[in-house]
Design a protein around this ligand. Structure first.
Ligand SMILES: [Zn+2]
Length: 492
């Protein structure tokens, strides 16, 4: 599904004006670009004509603009000074402060190194040379009126300048030269972390060095209360869109962010921020989070298994926040057609794909929900016939087609449990005989239900419970403190 929609959603209009919405979860905005996680649940299934799209693109953009402005003004207010809970001897907070001090001192030194030397060059004039397809260094130098001999001298500097042999179209090189076409300085970003710096020293000799930008991870905190939408509240709290989506993903198995969010819901997030040379470049992972939805508190702690290196989000009791899937939704069946993409049909002379698995089974065989979730579609769907679509968490959907009939208790918008019978095998729609056509999508993309890797749902193994508690204890304490300060703020 497109997260932008529910993040932007004004739930009041839903609860007050459209209580009878038939497929509420299908109301998706259009804006996808720029979002790290995009899933389109029903994009390819054909008969989507009855699904209203409620958010115009311009609205979304406007909301983002407002949100960005809000975020900028609100940033200072979200960086809470946390009282260190004495009983926990909060190692995390102390560690952060220590790292910050180190970073700042290193950056200081670095800046002095580069700026001082460059300042000594008279009449400096940086030129930015953009590399186009077919360009070579000699072409670039010629364009910048630098003598060819300078390039030769540059390439004699050894390993550092050999990085220049790997320039790509789209890269840019900054050069500084004098009126005689002599190279004075050169700067080239090798990658996100390293850059090449060439300078002419006091003896008029070119020297080349590769420096590293300081990419440093610091922890940040944000708390907010939902007034009209999660998107606005999180932007106001200073969270980026990506972090907001990640927050929705983390809790997506327990909270339906399209329908369950209410005014007064609260969240607290402890997350990483990445800094390059002291300047924030982007947000990193969510380390811990709390979401209070309709009075019910959910907590998530990020933990990496020290042996398998699997990283997941767990409740403080060590249970995975993700829920499991059954591999097959029908018992007593045989697979009559497998998952294929782009299969060449020898008779039709066309490429045909089958983006699901067919289970041939007797008419009336029960079909079970393959995982806990919420029914987001129940009805006739063109060639699919009688179809049920279930959303699991925020990234997964499953589709069950050609049903003979539905389980009467199944309704769009209602939750189902794994293994619950949702309908019965039939041949409605375009089907030659009774079978279940089953599809599994991850972020809107069809995956082979027989081979797709299911999210790990195992609790933290007993032997790592101590380690889990030790590594997350600080975050739990911080959530306690942050949660309390949000409540205190609201009381005033
Ligand atoms: Zn099929």
């Amino acid at each position: 599904m497109n997260y932008n929609n529910f993040i932007n959603k004004d739930f009041r209009s839903r609860t007050q004006a459209e209580p009878q919405q038939r497929h509420p979860a299908l109301r998706w905005g259009l804006l996808g670009a720029g979002f790290a996680v995009i899933g389109v649940v029903l994009a390819n299934t054909g008969s989507n004509e009855d699904e209203p799209i409620s958010i115009a693109q311009s609205d979304v953009i406007q909301n983002i603009d407002t949100a960005i402005t809000n975020a900028q003004t609100a940033t200072s207010s979200i960086k809470l000074k946390l009282p260190v809970p004495s009983q926990y001897n909060d190692a995390v907070i102390e560690k952060i402060t220590e790292t910050e001090a180190i970073i700042e001192s290193t950056i200081e030194t670095d800046r002095r190194e580069t700026t001082n030397t460059l300042a000594e060059i008279d009449n400096p004039k940086w030129q930015s040379l953009k590399i186009k397809s077919g360009d070579s260094l000699s072409v670039l130098f010629d364009r910048a009126n630098i003598k060819p001999a300078q390039l030769h001298a540059l390439m004699q500097l050894g390993k550092a300048t050999s990085e220049l042999k790997r320039i790509h179209p789209g890269d840019s090189i900054k050069v500084m030269s004098d009126d005689d076409g002599q190279l004075l300085a050169l700067n080239y970003q090798i990658d996100g972390i390293r850059y090449l710096q060439v300078e002419r020293d006091e003896n008029a000799q070119l020297t080349a060095n590769i420096f590293k930008h300081h990419i440093e991870v610091r922890n940040a905190y944000a708390s907010g209360e939902i007034e009209s939408s999660l998107f606005l509240a999180s932007a106001k709290a200073g969270l980026s869109q990506n972090t907001t989506m990640e927050l929705a993903n983390v809790f997506g198995w327990d909270i339906d962010f399209a329908l369950d969010i209410r005014k007064g819901d609260k969240f607290t997030v402890i997350y990483e921020q990445r800094f390059k040379n002291g300047v924030k470049i982007k947000d990193g992972n969510i380390l811990a989070a709390e979401f209070i939805n309709q009075g019910k508190t959910f907590r998530a702690l990020r933990y990496t298994d020290p042996v398998t290196n699997y990283t997941g989000y767990y409740s403080p009791s060590g249970h995975s926040l993700r829920k499991a899937f059954l591999r097959s939704p029908v018992k007593f069946s045989r697979i009559s057609s497998r998952f294929t993409t782009k299969r060449y049909h020898p008779i039709l002379h066309r490429f045909r794909s089958h983006k699901g698995v067919d289970y041939a089974s007797g008419r009336g065989t029960p079909i079970r929900a393959s995982g806990d979730g919420k029914v987001i579609y129940k009805g006739n769907k063109g060639g699919y016939g009688r179809t049920v679509i279930i959303k699991h968490g925020s990234r997964y959907t499953t589709l069950y087609a050609h049903m003979n009939s539905y389980n009467r208790k199944i309704r769009s918008g209602k939750r189902v449990k794994q293994g619950q019978v949702i309908g019965y095998v039939g041949s409605s729609g375009l089907a030659s005989g009774p079978h279940l056509h089953y599809e599994f999508r991850v972020n809107g993309v069809h995956r082979n239900p027989l081979t797709v890797k299911f999210p790990s749902t195992k609790p933290i193994p007993k032997r790592y419970r101590d380690n889990f508690e030790l590594t997350t204890r600080g975050y739990v304490a911080q959530l306690d403190v942050l949660s309390r300060s949000t409540l205190a703020l609201n009381d005033n």
